[in-house]
Ligand binder design. Structure first.
Ligand SMILES: Cc1cc2nc3c(=O)[nH]c(=O)nc-3n(C[C@H](O)[C@H](O)[C@H](O)COP(=O)(O)OP(=O)(O)OC[C@H]3O[C@@H](n4cnc5c(N)ncnc54)[C@H](O)[C@@H]3O)c2cc1C
Length: 285
């Protein structure tokens, strides 16, 4: 299917973008890398006649590390994977980004576009949930607001973004000494069938902090509380990986789709959770 004609606007600030979105109303949509937007447009699923390209807004194009890491919403996967600041302080994030889609998707697609599209099969959403990431959202010249990734992703293709609001940056906390982060996925087609990420803190041989996220099997990524509970306070050398995997699978409500049945996905959760933890806790049994 061919694209219908549209106007292209290229604002240079958040205020200008929000003003355009307000003035143009429902006929305008935000455009970043276009890898999702143009796909759905070609399928005839959109009705926009104006695109507001946010790639020229300076705040959305920056990566900076000042305690926490701040990544502009229009920074591409490829730029994140190659960023010195990311490679130095958040190497697990660079590694996760290196495995998103293919080189064409990573060259064009942005982290903001990934999160705002809210496809349930998202590597960054799962990774950031485990990391405790937050997003800075802003409309016009109003004060920006910060929301946790957990609150932002509401369901398939649904987010906490309000009309005219932009995802300005993704904020990733600094990792304390001894923290280990591992993100892995299993894919049978282009997008992941399951994503699991773990952020563990280990002090004096004990797990002192644990955040797990399981994504791409349900409408949004979730944290399996009981599985995290089994990790908190455990001896890092003798974590029962199978039990934690089982708890993560029991907490899940997988959705059957082309990647497999709900039971099959529970099995994927068991296996991948145990594998991720085996990497994050190399001494464990
Ligand atoms: C072949 C293929 C393979 C893929 N594989 C993977 C994979 O393995 N893992 C994975 O996680 N993802 C995967 N993806 C998804 C990919 O990561 C996203 O397509 C990409 O990141 C979207 O970014 P974009 O800039 O192109 O978004 P766009 O298409 O420009 O926008 C997507 C949506 O977000 C909105 N939007 C964009 N930026 C902003 C902003 N700053 N503020 C507010 N709203 C905004 C747009 O209005 C639109 O609704 C794959 C995609 C394809 C096509």
């Amino acid at each position: 299917m061919k694209l219908t004609p549209f106007e292209l606007h290229r604002p240079g600030s958040v205020a200008e973008a929000s003003e355009l979105l307000e003035r143009l109303g429902e006929r305008a949509v935000i455009y970043s890398g276009g890898t999702e937007l143009l796909l759905v447009a070609k399928m005839g699923l959109t009705e926009f006649t104006a695109l507001v390209d946010v790639k020229r807004i300076p705040e959305l194009r920056q990566v900076s590390a000042n305690g926490e890491l701040s990544i502009g919403g229009a920074v591409t996967h490829r730029e994140i994977e190659r960023s010195d600041a990311v490679l130095r302080g958040w190497p697990a994030l660079a590694e996760m980004e290196r495995h998103v889609g293919n080189i064409r998707v990573r060259n064009m697609g942005t982290i903001g576009g990934n999160l705002c599209f809210a496809d349930p099969h998202s590597d960054p959403a799962t990774f950031l949930l485990a990391m405790g990431g937050e997003l800075t959202l802003q409309r016009g010249s109003a004060a920006p607001r910060r929301v946790a990734v957990d609150e932002f992703v509401r369901g398939p293709y649904m987010t906490a973004l309000e009309p005219g609001e932009l995802l300005v940056s993704v904020n990733v906390p600094a990792l304390p000494e001894g923290a280990r982060v591992v993100h892995r996925k299993i894919s049978f087609r282009e997008r992941p069938a399951i994503t699991v990420a773990a952020r563990l803190e280990v002090r004096d041989g004990s797990v002192t902090g644990a955040r797990l996220a399981v994504g791409s099997v349900y409408v949004r990524p979730v944290r399996p509380a009981e599985a995290e509970g089994l990790l908190h306070g455990a001896d890092a050398g003798s974590v029962d990986l199978a039990a934690v995997g089982e708890a993560a699978a029991a907490a899940a409500e997988p959705v059957e789709d082309l990647n497999g049945s709900a039971d099959y996905k529970r099995q994927l959760i068991r296996v991948l959770t145990a594998r991720v933890l085996a990497e994050a806790l190399p001494e464990s049994a």
